[in-house]
Design a protein around this ligand. Sequence first.
Ligand SMILES: [Zn+2]
Length: 138
Amino acid sequence: MKTKRCSRADHKGSAVLPLSEFPTNKRKPDGHQTYCKACARRYDKVWRVQDRKKHPEKYQHYQRAYEEQRFLATPPWVEKLQILALYEQARTLTKETGIKYQVDHVVPLKGKHISGLHCLSNLQIITKDKNLKKSNKF
Ligand SMILES: [Zn+2]
């Protein structure tokens, strides 16, 4: 098995990893990045947080679009109190377990093929990790 050493100084754990653990990059001599996937993910996250702080206006648009989408997807018969309770439940779970829980739309509000509603039957509590992995897929 071909291995490679991660070039990042802040790499956690053993820095020698299988080549498959490095993102591909055709411009590099061996076709892979000099840093591993875990470092890339960590770096990406830090970059996004910093970028958000530096250019909040770049992200406002997304937030507004999301709120508008949610408003449009909210049926008039929506179970407001129960939904608020669900969000409260997610917050409580986060506090009690130390794991970040979020309220997720089972069918995304703006899916590729179908769009879900912002109503109780389309909401579920899941961990933040799961939510990020799920992204906008359904
Ligand atoms: Zn690394």
